[in-house]
Design a protein around this ligand. Structure first.
Ligand SMILES: Cc1cc2nc3c(=O)[nH]c(=O)nc-3n(C[C@H](O)[C@H](O)[C@H](O)COP(=O)(O)OP(=O)(O)OC[C@H]3O[C@@H](n4cnc5c(N)ncnc54)[C@H](O)[C@@H]3O)c2cc1C
Length: 289
């Protein structure tokens, strides 16, 4: 295994570009990637075989690359990919988008939140990642950077499959851009415990209301499909209409129809569908009423 620790963002991009012929593993807080490494997986008893074999790997740590920041740009907030969950929770700037704190407060426990980064939570591409539905509801974008270019895309468009994003081999996630806009947002997580528990289902809703009419809405769900999901069919039920209990129930039914949850050790798919109905109803009631 080769290990690199670039001292600036530019150096990190150059380093990654120079390793084109190697199998590069980006290291952030390591809370997802380290348990998958080849170091005695049998000791954890969690994995049958190493998920990431270390021979031929080039590990590039971003820990000293200066990508740890939260910038208030008035109409938006720029968050460096290496910013930890605890730093976000402690930041008064993030009070402008409280739904993100709602989600991060129930992500793992304090010890993990002190090292886990927002970039790692996104780029691990778990369908159950807790920051992601909140960020999608906030209409967040991500900036992907390589040595010769930068591109920005909506977070909802980044995910391709479980553990897979559209980030190219020579790119890294540089920052997350969160617009600060009118309206209310809410995050809900159903797990097996209140802390240190991966989501059975999670989700967030955003709505901007005017005289009882839902002008603009986002419904984002996690752990119910191969990737985090924006439920546009349910959003269409709400948008432009006077919000009633019946309308919200209709949107919740549509969301439960659209999702394709799997059975796994945390829950059956059927139970997840039931939770989606409850979650969407609760979240929409909070943001619309
Ligand atoms: C005990 C425990 C409890 C947990 N509970 C939860 C929970 O409740 N909710 C939840 O959502 N998650 C949970 N997790 C998962 C994990 O903590 C989070 O996903 C965390 O945010 C990952 O961030 P990291 O900085 O540790 O990422 P790392 O493990 O360093 O990296 C994760 C992945 O992202 C890639 N990556 C990281 N940064 C970048 C970048 N800037 N550009 C490109 N690729 C990058 C890495 O190569 C790797 O593939 C838990 C983990 C543990 C060990």
């Amino acid at each position: 295994m080769l290990y690199y620790n670039p001292k600036s963002f530019d150096e990190a991009l150059k380093q990654i570009d120079s390793l084109k012929d190697k199998d590069v593993v980006i290291l952030a807080g390591g809370t997802d990637v380290v348990p998958k490494l080849n170091a005695r997986p049998e000791r954890s008893g969690y994995f049958d075989k190493p998920l990431v074999a270390l021979e031929n790997k080039a590990v590039v740590s971003l820990n000293d690359s200066g990508m740890n920041y939260i910038k208030d740009k008035k109409s938006e907030i720029a968050v460096g990919a290496m910013t930890t969950m605890s730093q976000l929770l402690d930041s008064p700037i993030i009070d402008k988008v409280p739904v993100l704190k709602e989600a991060l407060n129930v992500l793992a426990g304090l010890t993990i939140r002190n090292v886990a980064t927002v970039g790692g939570n996104i780029m691990n591409a778990s369908p159950a990642a807790d920051s992601v539905p909140a960020l999608i509801a906030l209409d967040a974008s991500v900036v992907l950077a390589s040595i010769d270019s930068e591109r920005t895309l909506k977070l909802s468009e980044l995910f391709v499959a479980p553990g897979k994003t559209s980030c190219k081999g020579n790119e890294i996630l540089k920052e997350v851009i969160i617009p600060v806009r009118e309206g209310k947002c809410n995050f809900i997580k159903f797990g097996r415990r209140k802390a240190e528990s991966l989501s059975i289902v999670n989700g967030a809703a955003y709505a901007n209301m005017e005289s009882g009419i839902c002008k603009n809405v986002v419904i984002a769900l996690g752990a119910v499909a191969p990737t985090p999901l924006r439920v546009e069919a349910a959003e269409r039920i709400m948008e432009g209409n006077i919000v009633t209990e019946k309308l919200i129930a209709e949107a919740a039914d549509v969301a439960a129809d659209v999702v394709k949850p799997i059975d796994d050790k945390r829950s059956s798919g059927d139970y997840r569908k039931k939770l989606v109905k409850v979650l969407v109803k609760r979240a929409l009631t909070k943001v619309c009423c």
